[in-house]
Write a protein that binds this ligand. Sequence first.
Ligand code: FAD
Ligand code: DLZ
Ligand code: SF4
Length: 508
Amino acid sequence: MVKLVLVLGDQLSEGIAALREADPACDVVVMAEVMGEAEYVPHHPKKIALIFAAMRKFAARLEGQGWRVVYTPLDHPENSGTIAGELLRHAAAFGADEVLATQPGEWRLIAELDAVPLRLRQLPDDRFIATQAEFADWAKGRKQLRMEWFYRDMRRKTGLLMVGDEPAGGQWNFDHENRKPPPEGIDFKGPMRFSPGGDVAEVLALVSARFAVNFGSLDDFWFATDHEQARQHLAHWVRHGLPRFGDYQDAMMGGERFLYHAIVGLYLNIGLLDPMEVCQAVEDAWKNGDAPINAAEGFIRQIIGWREYVRGIYFLEGPEYVSRNTLNHKRDLPWLYWGGETKMRCMAKAVEQTREEAYAHHIQRLMVTGNFALLAGVDPAQMHEWYLAVYADAFEWVEAPNTIGMSQFADGGIVASKPYISSGNYINKMSDYCKDCAYKIKDKTGEDACPFNLLYWHFLDRHRVRFRGNPRMANMYRTWDRMDGEKRETVQADARRFLEKLDAGEAV
Ligand code: FAD
Ligand code: DLZ
Ligand code: SF4
């Protein structure tokens, strides 16, 4: 009997479990552009275009390999609008009674597939270094799920940057070398850009017509949309960007959107690149003397450490993880996240490039937009939806632990042992934003004081009961407690005034 083989928009890997299990001689691959997936959060138009264009090319690739593919474009007259609907429609058409799927990266869609009234098997997505069971075993009985310990196991498992049983370079982690402030100039011209060919242009026209109201610009679409292009992009970055990736990993510059970052998350997460292939390219560059160890280790840690770790957390913690709100933060997401006017240059720059590129790098996400939301007490669920919508690399399994856990501390400290908060000082040290900002970074109180300076103390003060005993935060509280009482009251009053303006929708 014919089986249907579901391939989702972020499962564009030839070796994906459902395809491995299927028989090209008789089974039918189902791929569908559906409003259900495109609309459940208001995805950035560039993200939708990337996924649709890459899906179309992947479908053609599978056909070239002899698969029978039924592909539903978004504007197909019989498009049912959901993945489940498309499976049912094609099951009836082909007389299929069984569906092979690879487990989606989101609980919502896992549940949707479970509810399809067909015999449907969800096979484990094994495009990762660690299985979900392996992560659960590692986590069992541990008081703290420290990424660093998990990462070391992944180094041993993959053999990446290992010399026998020892870490290459004599250390597991070179992070302390990867915190340089912004350099004078950047000698890397940024990611490889691909001009959209006819098929991609068609997708751009469709997305432009159907998602015109979504936040995000579709202009200058340059993403790779197939495996060959993604590999060219990777080779280009390994040669020109990797050598200084480590040094300036945390730096931020108003005129440089990409610095030395790899911009590979979007390709890895939809299957155009494979995590081991990416790490091996980086390890080879280090072995050949083309990249220093701090760059190679720093990068490989992100992929086999952080990326695998957050996936483990997502599946370990279950579907309700995304609604956690340990700090009971309730403020609505300020309009400035959708492009509303703001005088804060760091926020304006991060949001501007998010709108134009569907990209911001890690420190912009964590220490600018994430930090501001945490300090201001924004509802983490609304932050989660925002991050999931606006970044081309955003899929819930990777986005949610980063937002709910690492950035907003809404999981109570599973991912982060203390909240990632900072005053304006950190942003000033790591960026060139502050010198051209309407606010004064050195001012701690008053109309012109950097809002991060005000809100930092406001956060610590309002969460004193929870965090006072955290040894990693004791210094912060000592500094606050040593401050003159009148000054403390002024800081609090100024912070409250700032939040009132924010809530009133004023341009802050
Ligand atoms: P680089 O800086 O060049 O790093 C290389 C790769 O390492 C990334 O592509 C990614 O695959 C991996 N990586 C690095 N840090 C992390 C991390 N913390 N978690 C998982 N993988 C990591 N990453 C996503 O892939 N999708 C998301 O939806 C996402 N949402 C985030 C939300 C918040 C609030 C924060 C703080 C971080 C988020 N990240 C997310 C992690 C990180 O910011 C991005 O992976 C990175 O910015 C992507 O850019 P890049 O490809 O240039 O990465
Ligand atoms: C994100 C996304 C979008 C925008 N559109 C589609 C689509 O039309 N068809 C599809 O198969 N997948 C799409 N995706 C990816 C899914 O939402 C993704 O598989 C889940 O979020 C799980 O990671
Ligand atoms: Fe951001 Fe404050 Fe610096 Fe302005 S002064 S850019 S608000 S950190």
